[in-house]
Design a protein around this ligand. Structure first.
Ligand code: ADP
Length: 383
C-alpha cells in the first residue's frame, strides 16, 4: 500500500477529494461524492490522469458511510490514507497556518461558524464524521482566510467603531488556498516581486491584490458575500438595501441571508441560472445583462485593487470561469485596456497561459487553481 494524504474540499452538496503522495507533491487519485449527505449520493474515483476507476451509488445518506466508501475506494487502488486535510473557510484572527485538529482546535473552529454560517459547518461536519470513523487518523485544517493574514491593518478595517474591529468585525478575505497556489507560481512568470491582481472567478468569486507573493488586499471582507458579483451572491451591496428589506419588506435574518447567498448574483440578475456557461449560451436579455454586470464588477475591482497596490504588473485569472471562459476574460481585459492590457484574441480563445499580445504594456494570464494541491503541500510541511 502507498501512503497518501487525502485533501477534502466539502461543499453544500458535493465533496471533492484528491489523494497525494505523502510529501504532498504528486497527485495520485481524484474523485468526488456527488449529492453528499443524501440517499442519492454517488462516488466517483479517477486516477491521477483522470481515467475513471470507480463509479457507484452509495445507498446510504450518512456522511460516515460516504467517507468510509472514499477510504475503501482508495484502498482498492492500493492507497492508504495517512492523514486527512480539510479546507476550512474561516480561521478567524487566530489561525494563520494549517493546524492539526485536536479537541481544543475543533472546539475553537465552532466559534467561527457565525462568521461563515453557510460554509464553515459543512467542513466541520466532515471533520467530525472522520473522527467517528477512525479517531487515530490525523486531521489537519487549512484555512481560506490564512493567506490574507499578511494584509496591512488598513486593508482589514471597516469604517466602524474600533471596538467592533477588536471583537472580530473586520475584513478577513477568502479563497486563500487558491491565491496561495497561484502565488507559488509567480516566479515562473517573473512576478515573484511583482504587483499582481488575481481574479478567482468560480461560483464564488473574489479578487486579491498580491505584492511579492503576499496578500495586501482582497475583495471579500467579513464574509464570502462581499466584493465581486458571484453565482448567487451579490458581492458589494449598500447596507441600506438590507435595512430596506427588513424595514419595508418584513424580511427576517433568515430571509435576508437566503437573499444574499442563494437568490442574488448571476442567478438573481438573469432570473434563469447561476451557471456562467448557461448564461453565455442564452439569448435572453436578462442573461446577457447578468454576464455584463459580472464582467463590469470584476474590472472595477481590479482597478480598485491596483489602487491598493499603487501599481500593477499583471492580472491573473483562475477558477472555473477564469480558466475556461474566454468571453468573460476578454470582456474584463477590454474594460481594463486603459491600464495597458492589449488582448490577444487568438491566445485568449485558445486558453493559452498568456492572454495579451507581446506589445501589451501589461500582461494578463490564465492559470489553473490548485486548492487541494496547496492543502496537501501545506499538510506535508506540518506533518
Ligand atoms: P466552485 O466555486 O464551485 O469551485 P468553479 O471554480 O468550478 O466553482 O466554477 C464554476 C463556474 O465556472 C460556473 O459558473 C461554470 O459555469 C463556470 N465554467 C466552467 N467551465 C466554463 C466554460 N467552459 N465557460 C464558461 N464558464 C465555465
Amino acid at each position: 500500500m502507498t501512503p497518501c494524504l487525502l485533501a477534502i474540499n466539502a461543499g453544500s452538496s458535493t465533496l471533492k477529494f484528491r489523494a497525494f503522495s505523502a510529501d504532498g507533491q504528486t497527485l495520485l487519485a481524484r474523485g468526488m461524492v456527488d449529492r453528499f449527505g443524501s440517499k442519492e449520493a454517488k462516488l466517483q474515483l479517477s486516477d491521477a490522469r483522470g481515467q475513471p476507476q470507480t463509479e457507484r451509488p452509495l445507498d446510504d445518506a450518512s456522511h460516515q458511510a460516504a467517507l468510509a466508501a472514499v477510504l475503501n475506494s482508495l484502498a482498492d487502488q492500493q492507497l492508504q490514507v495517512r492523514a486527512v486535510v480539510h479546507r476550512v473557510v474561516h480561521g478567524g484572527k487566530r489561525y494563520h497556518e494549517p493546524i492539526r485538529i485536536d479537541a481544543a482546535a475543533r472546539a475553537a473552529l465552532d466559534e467561527y461558524i457565525p462568521l461563515a454560517p453557510l460554509h464553515q459547518p459543512v467542513s466541520l461536519e466532515v471533520v467530525d464524521a472522520f473522527q467517528e470513523l477512525d479517531d487515530r487518523l490525523p486531521q489537519i485544517a487549512c484555512f481560506d482566510t490564512a493567506f490574507h493574514a499578511s494584509q496591512p491593518e488598513v486593508a482589514t478595517r471597516f469604517g466602524i467603531a474600533r471596538h467592533w474591529h477588536d471583537e472580530g468585525v473586520r475584513r478577513y478575505g477568502f479563497h486563500g488556498l487558491s491565491y496561495a497556489a497561484i502565488s507559488r507560481r509567480l516566479p515562473e512568470l517573473n512576478l515573484a516581486h511583482g504587483k499582481v491582481v488575481v481574479c478567482h472567478l468560480g461560483n464564488g468569486a473574489s479578487a486579491c491584490a498580491i505584492e511579492s507573493g503576499k496578500s495586501i488586499a482582497s475583495s471579500m471582507g467579513f464574509s464570502a458575500v462581499d466584493g465581486l458579483m458571484m453565482g448567487s451572491r451579490p458581492g458589494y451591496i449598500d447596507p441600506e438595501v438590507i435595512l430596506y428589506w427588513q424595514e419595508h419588506e418584513g424580511m427576517g435574518v433568515k430571509d435576508v441571508r437566503r437573499e444574499l447567498y442563494k437568490n442574488s448574483g448571476l442567478l438573481g440578475v438573469s432570473g434563469v441560472s447561476a451557471d456562467m456557461r448557461e448564461l453565455l449560451d442564452s439569448e435572453l436579455p436578462a442573461a446577457r445583462e447578468a454576464v455584463e454586470l459580472f464582467c463590469y464588477r470584476a474590472a472595477r475591482e481590479v482597478a480598485s485593487l491596483a489602487g491598493a497596490l499603487r501599481g500593477l504588473d499583471a492580472v491573473i485569472f483562475t477558477a472555473g470561469i477564469g480558466e475556461h471562459s474566454a468571453e468573460v476574460r476578454g470582456r474584463i481585459l477590454q474594460q481594463l485596456a486603459w491600464l495597458g492590457f492589449e488582448l490577444d484574441h487568438a491566445a485568449n480563445l485558445a486558453h493559452s497561459r498568456r492572454l495579451t499580445t507581446q506589445n501589451s504594456r501589461l500582461p494578463a494570464y490564465a492559470l489553473p487553481t490548485d486548492e487541494e494541491g496547496e492543502m496537501a503541500r501545506q499538510a506535508a510541511r506540518l506533518l
